[in-house]
Ligand binder design. Sequence first.
Ligand code: AMP
Length: 422
Amino acid sequence: MSHYRAVKGTRDIFPDEVIAWQYVERVIHRVAALYAFHEIRTPVFEYTDLFQRSIGATTDIVGKEMFTFQPDPNGRSITLRPEMTAGVMRAFLQSSRASEAPVHKLYYISDLFRKERPQAGRQRQFCQFGAELLGTSSPAAVAEVIAFMMHVFRLLGLTGLKLRINTLGSVEDRMRYRDALRAYLLPFSGELDAPSLERLEKNPLRILDSKNAAVQDIVSGAPALRDYLQPAALEEFEEVLGYLDDRGIAYVQDPLLVRGLDYYCHTAFEVQCADLGAQDALGGGGRYDGLARELGGASDLPAVGFAVGMERLMIALEKQGLLSELPVQGPEVYVVLQDRSLLAHAVTLCGALRDAGIRTEIDLAGRSMKAQMREANRMRAAHALFVGRDEVAAGAYGLKNLESSVQQALSLEAVITELGHG
Ligand code: AMP
């Protein structure tokens, strides 16, 4: 065995698992099409300042979790993307697409990189599927992205989900609240844990999220964000909830829900799954109207999006037994050779079958017929096609249905017809 190991916090996904991934990806693509979202792919790395500017220098991600490097001595610093929204927005602003249509609906299934402490459901390379709806601040648009996300879960059959939702108000509302919250928390400085103390200066709203019981106790007496919101923000939120009600999407309002990234405003949401253990956040999202301007866009661009962790989604589906019926697809035909001298003929035969759209496998290692049959069965091939000297001479091959064991002698054309591709 080689002594090389995958880097801590990364993992390999072998074919039997990839089957499950492809199935989930197909569902995502299908639902995206139903909602008229279009896929976008952006580079795996971006200039570091894009993330500093967008995610916010005070966040954990930018503060300590980015894989950053300098490609050459005088080059600009580069970072492996820790999330997709910044790159998508950068790509969008860089292109001239904003002027082409009023509203843009984009989605992705992409790998991300964060230098976190690896544990179950927390990796250093992981994958997210997500969507960004750009160009409208309509509450119906917020409900649309939530509906897209929940529709994927529904089609997959996932249960035990809890959609928590809150409004953070406008950026100004949030700033006023931040100051009030900091003023409330300052006298408790001696009782806060280290992460909360760190957040007190830079990002006190995140303290509301703390899982530490002592901190939660202090937080329970804090001023409520709701009291700092303008009536317009509250009305808008009510509208979002109304659209969710109309679509039959269940949610719970959680006034303590804040999202980790700086650019969120108004509606924020998160989905938890009871089957995920400690890392129970399956995904989340919200509105981020100010991001475009932050990145040098001419004006604010209303935007709303979500991201769901694919590994956690796979764990939840697995736990709920929703992936068990997905065997690796075997070949339709396994070509079995009498001996190696027939390989050239058999390879040509394979080519014809594949050209006809038939999934075909052949033993390239020159093993015995018995070993080839064993392999055909192990791979769950639907048929074996016997190619011996007599068959080649007669131009008719032995096609054996491996389930019924019925065998017939057929020409190549007849094999293709028999397998439904004629
Ligand atoms: P975030 O971009 O931090 O809001 O994360 C959205 C979702 O991505 C989370 O709810 C997780 O499902 C997933 N996620 C975030 N970080 C990781 C990680 N390090 N490993 C695996 N999944 C993650």
